[in-house]
Structures are given as structure tokens and as C-alpha cells.
Design a protein around this ligand. Sequence first.
Ligand SMILES: Nc1ncnc2c1ncn2[C@@H]1O[C@H](COP(=O)(O)OP(=O)(O)OP(=O)(O)O)[C@@H](O)[C@H]1O
Ligand SMILES: [Mg+2]
Length: 520
Amino acid sequence: MAGRKKKPDRSQATARATPEPRATSARSAPPAHQRGPAAADVRQTLAHLAEVERLAQIGSWEWDIVNDVVTWSAELYRMLGVAEELDATFATVLELVHPEDRVRLRETIDRAYHDHGSYMCEHRMVRRSDGAVRSIQSRGEVLCDKHGQPIRIVGTAQDVTERKQVQDALAQYVALIVGSEDAIVTKTLNGTILSWNPGAERLYGYAAEEIEGHPISVLFPPDRHDEWRAVIDRVGRGDHVEHLETVRLRRDGSRVDVSLSISPVKDGQGNVIGATSIARDLSERRRAAEALALSEAQLRGFAARLRSARESERSHIAREIHDELGQALTALKMDLFSLKQSVPEPLRHPLRRKTDQMAGLIDQMVDKVRTLATELRPAVLDSLGLSAAVEWAVRQFAERTGIECTLDLPPQPVRIDSERSTDVFRILQEALTNVVRHARASRVDVHLRATPEELVLEVHDNGRGIRDREIDDPQAFGLVGMRERVLPWGGEVGVGTAPQGGTSVTVCIPLGGGRPGSVG
Ligand SMILES: Nc1ncnc2c1ncn2[C@@H]1O[C@H](COP(=O)(O)OP(=O)(O)OP(=O)(O)O)[C@@H](O)[C@H]1O
Ligand SMILES: [Mg+2]
């Protein structure tokens, strides 16, 4: 940038004509020796001008090209944070311009100088007092002498920083609306569409130019015409309507499920003058949710089929083991006995120890076979029902583990269908297994209650208790399995820490309106 004496390229003519520059100050009132009514008028006008400039945040300036003296208004000094003693030349003014904008401003002024015209340029300046970068809109006009030679440029400078910030924010906002996947529509309070973004074009099929200015009601199916009144009443009061799931009509007449969020649009005084709605197409989400629900149901059905197949397989194996193996072993024992009888007396004695051992072994095997069959599927469940099976399981558990157990059964034996009995019984087995494996308990209380409406099984232990994250762990297949077992019956399983400490498992299965035989 040109210094005070070294003049810039395109303004050489000015530079050559410019004598030694001199310092200036803000445009001042007439000197003291100029008194009188005219001077008073000038003073008043200048004061008025300064006030107007201050209010409008517009500074004015004048560049005497011949003498290279720039005169500023007081507002301009204030705007740029410069002391009024600034020795203002064109070069010192350019130094205040943001380095990246200097060449552009310089070229703009040069062009106006050569064309003897005017210019307008938006550029940044660095405020001297605090280094803040401000956006300035500069305007200037070149004035010439009677020979057509430019002698002065007069102009204004307006601080437009805030306006530019708003414009930038607005541009971002517009980019957001235009780029949004959602349909964004603005309308007046009486429903006239004011703006319609590309998302709305995609969702509803109308182009912006064909629908802007039309009533929003074209999107409403006949059965939803009242909806707008209700919504606009709320929005008119300044409320927001969130996630309103409803139906709209596309251009081709097809219906589309949407989720709407509607917000009021306010004027500068805070009055609601319209509404902006954001609509999201729900069809895709609905389809995905339905597909997910379907596949979950299929998986559940499949798991239930697996469980029931496993149960019948177990029953079958248990029966086979019990009947076939049990009968064969009994036959073997009888054969052994008759063999012993048929051996001549002198030989019988030496064989006695051997045959007794064999008979003992057969007895043990019979016991083992029974236990095995019962563990696979306790016959008592099929023959005597759930109450007897629960009693058997709790007794077995107490004997095997040494943990003290109490059992509270309904006065009448519970008789429900085999599938439900099996599920409740298996849940009890899992709950008792968990007590041994995790609880470190010394006592377990089991309650079974049945009314015509529901069956409830509770298992409380006095162990270490269970944490929420253990209950919610998706890998806790024992607990997940309990819940899965009762789901097809519309039942529930609650697992938690019991009030008196320890863990409690509560199973609740509806029995369906006092079906006969639910409590036998
Ligand atoms: N009665 C209980 N007392 C304390 N903690 C328990 C009790 N029952 C379950 N838990 C905790 O909850 C977890 C989940 O139990 P869950 O039955 O689902 O799984 P698991 O017993 O570890 O394994 P499995 O899948 O073989 O049953 C257990 O690992 C244990 O930490
Ligand atoms: Mg378990």
C-alpha cells in the first residue's frame, strides 16, 4: 500500500498533484471568529448530522485528492476506534482495511476515480481500539473540477457487521431447510402456504411454485379437516405441537403417514403470524417396525416350538429309559435270583457273594435310571400335576443342597394344561438353580398361588441380591428364557431384590377368566 508520499499505481495522477499532506481532525464546528446567525445555523446542522450518523451507525468522509487529506466525521472515528488526532491520508485509511480486502477496495476506488463515477464496496476493517474485525459497507463518489479532473471523493461507511452475521446465519438456516430430508412448510395463520422446501416436494409430490399461495388444506384427507383448526389454535397461542402422527394426501391422491412437529412463527413484536411444520414420512419406519415385529414373532414362535419339541423329546426319552431300561433291569434281577436258586446247594455258597454284589449293582442301576428319567421330565408333572411337581422339586432341592426351604401351596392342587405347567415348572427349576449358583443363600421360600384368573409363583432367597445390570443383561439367557416362556400366555416375570434382601422371582400367568379346571 502506498505511503503518504509514495503514491499508488493507478492513482499516479492524484499522487503527482498531491502536495505535502497535512493532519486533519473530525469535521469541526466553525472557528470562534466566525460568529453570527449563519455560523449558528451551520453548527446546528453539523450537530444534527452527527446525531443522525450516530443513530444510523453511518460515518462520512471526504478525501481531498489533491492534498491527500482525508476528513472523517466523528461517527467514523468512533466506528473504527481511532483517536481523532489521526493523521488521515488515503494510505493511513487503507492501513485500517483488513489485509485480505485491501487490494479489492483499492481497485474499486481506482476504477471509480478513472470513470469519474461512484462505487459501493463491502469489506472488512480492523477496529484500531480493540482489533475487532468489522464488516463495513463503503460508498463513494468522485467529484471533479471544472476541467473534469477528479479533485475529491466523498463517501459514507456503514458498520454492517451485525446485519452480515444475521445474513450468514440466515444463509445457513436456508441451506438447512433446503438440504433437509424432512418436508418443511411455512404457512400463515389462515393456512396459506408461504414456503415449501425440496423435502416437501419429495414427500407430497407438489412443486413449490404450484403450491405456494394455496391453502394447506389440499394436503388434508376429508376425515382430517378439523385437525388444522385444533393445531392452529395451539400454535396461535405460541405452543409447539410435537410428533403429531397423522395422515396427509399426496398430489396423486395417495395417503401418507407422517409425524408432524409444528412451531409458531413470530414477528418482531412476538406476535404469532404463522406456523412452520416439519413432516417426516412414517411409512418407511412403520414398514421397518412391522417387519421387525414379524421377525421377532417368528423367532419367538420358533423358540417356543423348540422348547416344546425338547419337552416332548425329553418325555419320550424319560419314558423309554424308565420303561425299557427299568423293565430290563428288573427282569435281569429276577433272572439272577432264579439262577441262584437253580445252582446246586454245595456250589451256592461260593457264588453267594458274587450274586449279592450283582443284585446290589442292579438295584443301584434301577435307582440311577429312575433319577435320570425324572430329571429329564418328572413323571409327577404329567401324572399328579403342577402342585405335586413343585413340591417334589423343592424337596429334591433342599435334600441336594442342604438349603432350608419353605413351601406354600394352595389348598387345592393346581391343575392347568400341560404346556403351562411345564413352563412354570421349568422357571422354578431355573430360579432354584440360580440360587445355588449365584445367591449364597441359606434359605429359600417358594409360594404357589392360583385363582381362577391367574397363577403366581414366587421364589425368594436370602442371598446377596441381584443388580439391575445383571437383570437387564441380554446375555442372561436363564432370565431371558423365563420371560420368553410366559410371553405366549400373556404373563410376566419380575426379577428384583426383595425388600428384606436377597433375590425374588415372581411369575404371573393369566388363566383366562376362570376357565373350568384352572384350579382343581
Ligand atoms: N438368585 C440370584 N441371586 C443372585 N444373583 C442372581 C440370582 N439369579 C441370577 N443372578 C444373577 O443374574 C445373572 C443372570 O442369571 P441367568 O440365569 O440369566 O444366567 P446364569 O445363571 O449366569 O447362566 P444360565 O444362562 O446358565 O442360566 C447371573 O449370572 C447372576 O449374576
Ligand atoms: Mg441361570
